[in-house]
Design a protein around this ligand. Sequence first.
Ligand code: FAD
Ligand code: NAP
Ligand code: SF4
Length: 675
Amino acid sequence: MTTYPHLLAPLDLGFTTLRNRVIMGSMHTGLEDRFYNYGKLAAFYRERARGGVGLIVTGGISPNRQGWLLPFGGTMNFIGDVVNHRKVTRAVHEEGGKILMQILHAGRYGYQPFVVSASERKSPISPFKPRALSESGIESTIRAYVRCAKLAQKAGYDGIEVMGSEGYLLNQFLCARTNLRTDRWGGSIENRMRLPVEIVSRIRQAVGTGFIIMYRHSLLDLVEGGNTWEEVVAVAKALQHAGATILNTGIGWHEARVPTIVTSVPRAAFAEVAGRLRREVTIPVVASNRINMPDEAEDILRRGDADMVSMARPFLADAAFVEKAAQGRVDEINTCIGCNQACLDHTFSNKRASCLVNPRACHETELEYKPAAAKRRIAVVGAGPAGLSAATVAAERGHDVTLYDSSGAVGGQFKIAMQIPGKEEFAETIRYFSRKLELTGVKQQLNRRVTREELLAEGYDDVIVATGIKVRKPAIEGIDHPKVLSYIDVLQHKKPVGKRVAIIGAGGIGFDVGEYLLHDPSLGLPLSIDHWTAEWGVDLHAKTGGGLVPPVPSEPVRQLYLLQRKASKPGAGLGKTSGWVHRAVLARNGVVMLAGVSYKRIDDQGLHIVVGGEERLLTVDHVVICAGQDSLDELMPPEGTAGGPRFHKIGGASLAAELDAKRAIKEGATLAASL
Ligand code: FAD
Ligand code: NAP
Ligand code: SF4
């Protein structure tokens, strides 16, 4: 008996059977763009297929040059392209998996000068104005899709996914927002859907019946001028009629100002929308977005909201997700925490994708945890992300590892981070590592603030110093006034905080503390889907175009000031794909953000500052210090010390400035893999 009977049930498509209901959704890894990276790409997919996923979808491959997302992006338009892709299909098939190639034409989202779209409307997220496709341009685009699908078939793929959502070309034709045409490709929904429907129909004629055509359909555009629910359903029915095998679903255009996948979006927030579509068509429907654990996925299938569940980032975090679920080892799953820091933020910076909690993702052939040549006795001091990563990888490789932490529980600063509304998922990383410590046999010495002398006395071969940081206390007059609290006082020691608060420091932690202080505790955490949709102005029924409605006005529980000395925009250094969400939450709650501030003093009246050459008094009850950290590395031996164990320094202990957990975990794993 399995806990996940629906998730693990095979799906018979008539001409082929998928081994379970789990799809690894399409992700642009950056490896698909260069022929010499296909060996690495094949290794990446091989591990996921070995881990039991039912159906894999590749990152987007363009059918022609106009469709490139980035200059010289992965393209499939001549027979020579097939050779590289065969490495990928062979690897997946050898592991018993199935794989679709996603055909993605970026349309006006292309970050290159050849961009085309339905009309000449520039997107707010690309500097390139598109050329409107002519009638003959549309015909050659259709032919490019068909050629691309036939080549994918030759390369051994089990099918293709036509990317029709997230605001890419086909979505641009589907919506009045970007389709201003007056010919037979624009105007009514029948005309606007002509291009995607024609593409599916012509691909079906070309590839025959035994080839999967999955179409990724936008259920909620979440932009002005998006489609209504009736239009979404009409398109779905036409796609089914045209020969689609499966309808995958997408939520929100990339330019939407509603978050759809970051950590603060409630798990499975959009599954019920997929459920409504499922009742309108007879082909399988897939639910997607912020589904990251098997329990949610099973619930969605059991409720009848979908026939399959697509998870993308969870397979960066853990290649063996399905295998672990099937074997009742859910507590061993390395859960995607929705941070976007190593995946989407990398993609949008033109860097290879990876994963904050799993630095091996997309580096399978480069970062390997091979059995150690000789067993070493290793001490790891500090059980934050860096130390946990180092200890578990070293022990997994066969070393004898002892982990020390001065506190009574592992997790380091992640125990504080998980207090932030929308960062509850960080607890999953602590749960994962706690279990991994048990499985790999790491000896734990908690509540033990270890000294260098004690470590030397133990005679270790290696000491890994992962002791993190000490909080910076800025030299401001009145810094010891009772009004002053550190972010540790607020988040960890839960000291009471008044109604008017100034936050000194507008980095990641300053923003997080802002969100924490704005949260109304009576709402609980995580936020309910109803509350979240009301806050962001989302109508899951899409009665009006795009599913947008006026957000419910915020009633801030506090008046906050968020301050920094730099003249740049506060929050400019936050994540590329998540920073705007944090800025929007604070702006919606009336937080006053001031840049170019100098701090004069803190006294009974409040915080005295100078900004724009003028003195100001912020009459606040408390001043919360979020002014960064300095490394805590006092265990390191003085330079030139000879003999004794080898000392290594990782994570915050190595570099506190700009440190984040992505670097901490990667440094720990890379060091441990080398010992
Ligand atoms: P730490 O997590 O600081 O761990 C160090 C550990 O060493 C501690 O457990 C400490 O008790 C122990 N220790 C210290 N000295 C000794 C000693 N002598 N003996 C024994 N034990 C000792 N990062 C992100 O990437 N994304 C985010 O969204 C994010 N959000 C954050 C939100 C908040 C509110 C906070 C506070 C941090 C956030 N961070 C985030 C930062 C992230 O948590 C840190 O980058 C990460 O924890 C650093 O890991 P570390 O292992 O180097 O250090
Ligand atoms: P940070 O990002 O370095 O920000 C520190 C802030 O304090 C800055 O706004 C800085 O701005 C100010 N500051 C620095 N020295 C000061 C001084 N002497 N006096 C007054 N102000 C001073 O650090 P953090 O916010 O503490 O975050 C720690 C790490 O955790 C960061 O590396 C961050 O990336 C990570 N983190 C990430 C996220 C995320 O969402 N990705 C969230 C939380 C934390 P000025 O110098 O201009 O005043
Ligand atoms: Fe998930 Fe963050 Fe890893 Fe991306 S980097 S896959 S969001 S945990």
